[in-house]
Design a binder for this molecule. Structure first.
Ligand code: B1M
Length: 213
């Protein structure tokens, strides 16, 4: 079995030690970190999502798989983040209030850091007020919000509205993302942009930054 397939399998079994060992081995064999992430870790997590949806597995299984995903990501993280590059702008990121999913959002944070942005990661379950207060205090150019639940998507609109109420629209740009979110939803709520994955989020934030200068 090839290494990436093995990572995908062991991630599904929630075996973080095996995932760590295999990720190390894949790096030693010069497999690209992006391939380890996409074809091993994310692919495994997607299968977990399908199985969970089909009631073939339960929440504890998903949690264990998420732990294994983080074990692999910890090794890849430094490779995506080049040390010492000057920051090209500040971005506040977080998963919206009510949402505890943070794997995708953290991935977006890692990629943004790797691209030279200063990233302030507020974690998960972040209130609209917290997003905006922090962006103001830190003089950030962009707020990035993530939602994985259809029930938490409306929080994104509250942030957009609050920013408008405070007269900050345009000065602070908003990008949203997460599996149930779409370009149409971003337009509907008045967000500045939608990012469909972590690579696209970097391209989009770069575009937003150049507009806000
Ligand atoms: Co939950 N969960 N979960 N879960 N979970 C989903 C999202 C779900 C689709 C599973 C399913 O039913 N098939 C479903 C949501 C259904 C819906 O709303 N329509 C669901 C549910 C129902 C729940 C609970 C309600 C279950 C329960 O308690 N009964 C509960 C809610 C908790 C809460 O948030 N309040 C819950 C809990 C959990 C765990 C805690 C067990 C765990 C989260 C652990 C963690 O994050 N630390 C978990 C997980 C892991 C998942 C699945 C299986 C995987 C999510 C993930 O990490 N994907 C998920 C099923 C699925 O999505 N296939 C599911 C990998 C990650 C890399 O992808 O996050 O999409 P993703 O991020 C991508 C893009 O979306 C994008 O870039 C990333 C990289 O490509 N992106 C952005 C994300 N944010 C972005 C921001 C941007 C730009 C791009 O700009 C700022």
């Amino acid at each position: 079995m090839d290494l990436l397939k093995e990572i995908l399998e062991h991630l599904q079994h929630g075996d973080d030690e095996k995932v760590t060992a295999l990720t190390k081995k894949a790096l030693e064999e010069k497999i690209q970190p992006k391939d380890i992430l996409d074809k091993g870790l994310i692919a495994g997590m997607n299968i977990i999502g399908e199985k969970y949806k089909a009631h073939e597995i339960f929440l504890p299984d998903v949690l264990l798989a998420a732990k294994a995903m983080y074990a692999g990501m910890d090794l890849l993280k430094p490779l995506f983040i080049q040390e010492g590059i000057p920051t090209i702008g500040k971005v506040i990121i977080g998963s919206v209030h009510g949402d505890l999913h943070d794997i995708g959002k953290n991935l977006v944070g890692i990629m943004l850091k790797g691209a030279g942005f200063e990233v302030i990661n507020l974690g998960n379950n972040v209130t609209p007020e917290k997003f905006i207060e922090t962006a103001q205090q830190e003089n950030a150019a962009v707020i990035g919000m993530s939602a994985l639940l259809t029930t938490t998507m409306p929080v994104m609109k509250r942030v957009v509205d609050l920013l408008k109420e405070k007269g900050l629209s345009g000065r602070i740009k908003i990008i949203i993302g997460g599996a149930p979110v779409s370009e149409e939803f971003a337009q509907e709520i008045g967000a500045d942009a939608y990012g469909y994955d972590s690579v696209n989020a970097v391209e989009t934030v770069t575009r937003l930054m150049s507009k806000s200068r």
